[in-house]
Design a protein around this ligand. Structure first.
Ligand code: T3D
Length: 261
């Protein structure tokens, strides 16, 4: 039996999804896309899982769509429909996941692979990782959210240069541009990323989900509307057991023991 294209493992409240086609830098074929979709759904549904960690096996994070598989397609291909059915549910599931997602970018993140990295909530990169908006190199346009994420993360000037020039940038540049939260020595990356995911898994999970909801709508809202959104989300957060525990722990001067409820 062939090895899974996505390896799913759980430890201490964290579900780790490892893209596992290292010989082709974890480029995205149907098996890998299905594995990501199923893995995200499984992590969402499991009450024991309170954070997700996404990484790649071998020397790459993800090199985007599998160009070899794509070139073997026979007959007309409706790419908009292909993206809608195979890729968009993954990007949306990541952003709408009620649990935080840590990206551990262990090598090159190119094309849709870079979009997947940007869809994570907190991105850590190894110092030899790189980021590449590969699309224009092969006459395509950025997809899987890159034209949405990039201007918001790096501003218009850098978004245009990154997407049009399609130059590979280093992890250090990605940190400087605000594409990643931290860069670590390659050998330390997975330890640091797992520590980050476990830290998030021990936090008030529902509050983190509500924070994601607030951030998701902020750029479409005016200040007045967003204040209303915050009020509604705060009402939900204030009704949680974890909020009561956080206040009780503060008043008793002891560490909080959040349960994710
Ligand atoms: O519906 C749809 O499918 C449309 C969706 C489109 C979304 C997209 O993501 S389009 C963008 C697709 N990705 C790319 O264009 C990136 C292609 N890859 C590269 O440019 C380079 O591989 C990298 C810059 C990422 C890394 O370069 P390097 O020198 O470190 O590695 P390499 O030697 O090029 O790659 C190693 C192997 O992985 C190699 O195979 P080989 O020669 O050892 O047998 C290479 O062919 C393979 N590989 C890398 N990327 C892909 C790939 N195979 C298939 N598809 C890939 N994307």
């Amino acid at each position: 039996m062939s090895e899974a294209a996505v390896i799913y493992a759980t430890e201490a409240g964290v579900a780790t999804l490892t893209m596992n086609r290292p010989e082709v830098l974890n480029s995205l074929n149907d098996e890998l896309l299905t594995g990501l979709r199923d893995g995200l759904a499984r992590a969402k549904a499991d009450p024991q899982v309170r954070a997700v960690l996404l990484t790649g096996a071998g020397r790459g994070f993800c090199a985007g769509a599998d160009l070899a598989a794509g070139s073997k397609r026979e007959g007309p291909y409706d790419v908009a429909q292909g993206l809608r059915e195979r890729y968009h549910p993954i990007v949306l599931a990541m952003r709408q996941c009620p649990k935080p997602i840590v990206g551990a970018v262990n090598g090159v993140a190119a094309g849709a692979g870079m979009s997947l990295a940007l869809a994570c909530d907190i991105v850590l990169a190894g110092e030899s990782a790189s980021f590449l908006q590969a699309f224009a190199r092969i006459g395509l346009v950025p997809d899987c959210g890159s034209t949405w994420f990039l201007p918001r993360l790096v501003g218009d000037v850098r978004a245009r240069a990154l997407t049009m020039l399609a130059d590979k940038i280093t992890a250090a540049d990605a940190l400087r541009y605000g594409l990643v939260w931290q860069v670590h020595a390659d050998v330390q990356l997975m330890t640091e990323a797992m520590a980050m995911a476990q830290r998030l898994a021990a936090m008030p999970t529902r509050a983190l989900a509500l924070i994601k909801q607030g951030l998701a709508v902020s750029s479409a809202n005016g200040l007045g509307e967003q204040l209303e959104v915050e009020g509604r989300l705060q009402a939900e957060a204030m009704a949680t057991e974890d909020h009561r525990e956080g206040v009780a722990a503060f008043l008793a001067k002891r560490p909080a023991n959040f349960k994710g409820r």
